[in-house]
Design a protein around this ligand. Sequence first.
Ligand code: 5GP
Length: 211
Amino acid sequence: MEPKGILMVLSGFSGAGKGTLVKGLLRKYDSYALSVSMTTRAPREGERDGVEYFFTDRQGFEETIKNDGLIEYASYCGNYYGTPRAYVEKQMAEGRNVILEIEIQGALKIKEKFPESLLIFVTPPSAAELKRRLEQRGTETSEAIAGRLARAVEESEGMEAYDYIVVNDDLETCIDEIHRLVDAARRAPVRRKKLIREIRTELQDFAKGAE
Ligand code: 5GP
């Protein structure tokens, strides 16, 4: 298999369980690396700088944009979120599948810049289940929950832009399903350019030799 890893985007409604899925992928398979994003949002209880996010202020964020330090960024519920460039490039060069857990505007920018990226959208089995999970999380005010539901309506409009949609009903099943999709995607011609080139050249040489 070609050594270059896949750039994989995992999006989904807030409360769809993306974070838990990512942790599961990292725990079960050693071929993944998670990109830690930069954000201007305040840390939630228990979140650590450099682990869940790199927390910064608007000025720090805008400075990073100016220095071309992000491969994409977007504004979400009043805050900036972006993907630092250096880590992604290094991990991919080392053959890992890099996971970007980002929202839809960022996902679309990634697809535009990197047509070989794989876009996966995660959804709970139903809207009612999504609402229940958001309320149960208990880390947010009812106003923030309302904001996230409104945003979910917008995001549902963009689901067709993704390569695959997975339903997060049973966690372990969903983790394995995502892994199978990534594994299959690595075999798509768009990601096997080197192999195609080599076989084609060799065949041409053989054919010439046989003339
Ligand atoms: P939260 O505040 O719940 O941690 O994240 C809010 C949204 O921002 C989620 O949909 C999350 O996937 C998205 N997000 C996190 N990091 C990034 C990033 O680097 N870029 C973009 N475009 N979205 C991000």
